[in-house]
Design a protein around this ligand. Structure first.
Ligand code: FPP
Length: 279
């Protein structure tokens, strides 16, 4: 199914209005939290929360692609998550396997490029094989880049990058004086994707949980009380609306910024809010 054929008029209006701001983020990163709490609130086992989370992933990937977002990074499994009860870890790996088996065709048809960051060789062999096949198959797509953070930890990535960089110094490929923020970034597993502009965290927790510590230096943060399984595309649009209204100063003062960065017109805000509330 071509996702662009599925967009309803109301939805189109929201997306158009958000585009009109000229300030959509290029890269959104999501800390998908609250699956367990959602399951508990429904008197269901934790795994049912993760299953419902996969449904949310499907729709948020689609909505991001339809809205013209270029990069979406999802924190799907942290290095620390390996220490969860083995039944939960196995369940999550099964869900991942199922997702990669079932969804790659549709993602590919919709021009999505799949990529992944993290300590991928720690994944079960069948998951890794499916992931590598998905990455290879979609490598030349130029729509949304969907980056799955799997077995990921930001400190692990920074230490690994430092080790690789030190090896290059030892081999004479690089001198310590040539180490810059840019060259350091290129050693991270995120080296080939731009830094996130917007980080969304669900379930109300006010922390970063070892996610993209280096890359989010200037990202805007958006926290919603909704648990991830109940995070709908309208919640994504609200996060985007909030983002378009922010002034990103990168350490400068307002008057030094390009006028393009001035807050959007109130007519624009009215259009988005009307479109969101009329759905
Ligand atoms: C955090 O909720 C969520 C996770 C550890 C896993 C997220 C995984 C998915 C949404 C499904 C798999 C993803 C893909 C890309 C197919 P939690 O369990 O920590 O919730 P809690 O804090 O309420 O217990």
């Amino acid at each position: 199914m071509n996702w662009n054929d599925e967009i309803t008029t109301g939805e189109h209006e929201i997306q158009q209005a958000l585009h009109a701001s000229g300030r959509l983020p290029q890269h959104i990163a999501i800390i998908m939290d609250g699956n367990g709490r959602w399951a508990q609130s429904q008197s269901l086992p934790r795994l049912a929360g993760h299953k419902q989370g996969v449904e949310t992933v499907r729709d948020i990937v689609k909505a991001s692609s339809q809205t013209g977002i270029k990069y979406l990074t999802l924190y799907a499994f942290s290095l620390e998550n390996w220490k969860r009860p083995q039944t939960e870890v196995r369940g999550l790996m099964k869900l991942l396997e199922h997702y990669l088996n079932k969804e790659v065709d549709e993602l590919h048809k919709n021009n999505v490029r799949i990529t992944a960051i993290g300590k991928l060789n720690a994944l079960p062999k069948n998951v890794l094989t499916l992931l590598q096949a998905a990455i290879e198959r979609t490598a030349t797509n130029d729509g949304l880049t969907l980056c799955l953070a799997l077995s990921y930890g930001a400190r692990w990535d920074i230490v690994r990058a430092t080790q690789l960089l030190a090896l290059d110094v030892r081999r004479g490929k690089l001198s310590p004086e040539d180490i810059t923020e840019e060259s350091f970034s290129s050693y991270l597993t995120t080296g080939s994707i731009p830094d996130p502009d917007l980080v969304i965290r669900t379930s109300g927790e006010l922390r970063i949980s070892n996610f993209l510590l280096w890359e989010i230096a200037y990202a805007e943060l958006y926290v919603t009380q909704k648990n991830f399984p109940e995070f709908a595309r309208t919640d994504l649009y609200e996060a985007l609306l909030s983002y378009t209204q922010r002034e990103r100063r990168f350490g400068l003062i307002s008057s030094q910024l390009d006028t393009k960065n001035n807050a959007p017109q109130s007519s624009y805000l009215k259009r988005v809010v009307d479109a969101l509330t009329n759905r």
